[in-house]
Design a protein around this ligand. Structure first.
Ligand code: PLP
Length: 474
């Protein structure tokens, strides 16, 4: 019997050993991947930004394939379809890029695989997660006793923030129907989505009028709150944005903080795109952000990290623990530690990607200066882009607070239709990627300058492309 088990184990081990590669094969595989990624980076400034093509041949058939075959497949079906988001020519949606040192961190994190969510399991990894959160707290002047966590992005971070707001204000059952949330038309849709996911779909949503720069008007906000209180409703949450996705606007945060404080309303700031511009000459526009009850910011946007890292900061620790801290018998070995030391007590995730390292390592290697310079550069590039567009006869949106703006061509007739044709021509051209939006019911083309690889040459290339496409329409 025992010899049978032993011989079976030998047999299985021979096969399963393939998962634990010997150094020689590790080195060969890694070298192929490094060659591939070096080639990818070297060609970035010349390849297309966008290819409107579907992806095929990616189904898993359980047969073995070589890494070189798979890298070829990846190149064709992933890199050469859709938007090249690592390229500086990605000027649509909200780009970022994905810096190399963060990729190295992911490599190290995946190989060492520490359990970052529980302090007891990996004091070091949990501390790195916490130090990254501490760094973000310092950037936004949040108090030391506030809490935070690193999630997959802005949308999941918003869920954690609004859950805390909901629990703090005990918005449940029939109270939902009488509770009011105050938003801007320019709020990112992840906020409304969060309300639905969190069981607050039936809450009352008020869209507050905006000024000509697409910012919330504080007077209009206060008037609406007073009206709602008089009507017996319960104002519970104000969502302001520091850097709107479509217009790059920062709501008047300090004025809104005053109102939130006076009426005891939870003040949430969505700084997913714009938050890190607080490190630039635009710092003053963020005055009041430190007064928010909760804040989200996306390091995979304005810190140029690869996709998959957002952050949330929340002042009221107990509100966060209410829904995220839970005990179980199989977790008893770590019971004695301080709750906020373990990321798992502050977010819905237990086992998670050790994403703190992909922010910690770049900040430690590069320091902060290159990040600041890169953001300052993006602000100037947007200015440069808008001036070039004006000189070509385009109309541009109001001066934005940050690095997102929009434009359209004042065609004599069929203006809307012809701007749509221009957008299609730009997408077909594909050398630089721009996306469109609708602002005040008007079709416009957006420019979002944020990728770390976007340079003056990129903007010149975009302008040449736009001129070329415009000729096709006129
Ligand atoms: C991108 C963005 C979000 C959503 O973040 P994800 O990381 O895409 O989930 C939320 N708010 C604003 C203002 C954004 O720009």
């Amino acid at each position: 019997m025992e010899t049978e088990i032993i011989s079976k184990l030998k047999e299985l081990s021979k096969i399963s050993n393939e998962l634990d590669l010997p150094e020689e094969i590790r080195t060969t595989l890694t070298q192929e991947v490094i060659n591939y990624t070096n080639n990818f980076i070297n060609k970035l400034s010349t390849v297309r930004a966008f290819t409107d093509k579907s992806a095929n041949n990616l189904a898993i058939d359980n047969n073995k394939k070589s890494i070189s075959h798979l890298l070829n497949l990846y190149q064709k079906e992933v890199v050469e379809t859709g938007i090249n988001a690592a390229s500086g020519t990605h000027l649509g949606y909200i780009p970022g890029g994905g810096i190399y040192t963060a990729a190295l961190a992911d490599f190290i994190a995946a190989i060492t695989n520490p359990f970052a969510s529980v302090y007891y399991a990996s004091p070091g990894a949990a501390t790195i997660e916490n130090e990254v959160v501490n760094w973000i707290k310092a950037v936004f002047s949040f108090p030391k006793n506030s809490v935070g966590s690193l999630l997959s992005g802005g949308s999941s971070s918003t869920l954690v923030a609004i859950t805390a707001a909901r629990d703090k204000h005990k918005i449940k059952n029939e109270k939902i129907l009488k509770s009011v949330v105050y938003l801007s038309e320019q709020v990112h849709h992840s906020s409304q989505k969060a309300l639905r996911i969190l069981g607050l779909e039936d809450i009352i949503i008020r869209y507050i009028p905006l000024d000509e720069f697409h910012r919330i008007k504080p007077n209009a906000l206060e008037t609406q709150i007073k009206k709602d209180i008089d009507a017996g409703l319960y104002p519970f949450l104000i969502i302001a944005t520091a850097g709107t996705t479509d217009t790059g606007a920062i709501d008047p945060l300090n004025d809104i903080a005053n109102i939130a404080q006076q009426y005891k309303i939870w003040f949430h700031v969505d700084a997913a795109y714009g938050g890190f511009f607080i490190l630039t000459s635009k710092k003053e526009k963020f005055n009041g952000i430190e007064r928010a009850d909760s804040l989200i910011v996306d390091p995979h946007k304005a810190l140029f990290l690869p996709y998959g890292i957002g952050a949330v900061l929340i002042k009221d620790k107990d509100a966060v623990l209410h829904s995220n801290h839970y005990t179980a018998n199989y977790m008893q070995d770590g019971f004695s530690e301080e709750l906020v030391q373990s990321p798992s007590n502050l977010s819905p995730e237990l086992t998670k990607h050790f994403r703190g390292l992909r922010m910690w390592l770049p900040l430690q290697i590069h320091g902060i200066e290159p990040f600041k310079a890169c953001l300052e550069e993006k602000l100037l590039l947007l200015n440069y882009f808008r001036n070039k567009l004006l000189s070509l006869g385009f109309k541009v949106g109001p001066e934005p607070d940050l690095s997102v703006s929009y434009f359209w061509y004042p065609f004599k007739e069929n203006q809307e239709e012809k701007n749509k044709q221009l957008m299609d021509a730009i997408h077909e051209d594909g050398s630089v990627f721009l996306s469109s939006s609708t602002i005040n019911t008007q079709f416009v083309i957006r420019i979002a300058i944020l990728a770390f690889r976007t340079k003056k040459e990129t903007v010149d290339k975009a302008i040449t492309m736009i001129e070329r496409c415009l000729k096709k329409i006129n």
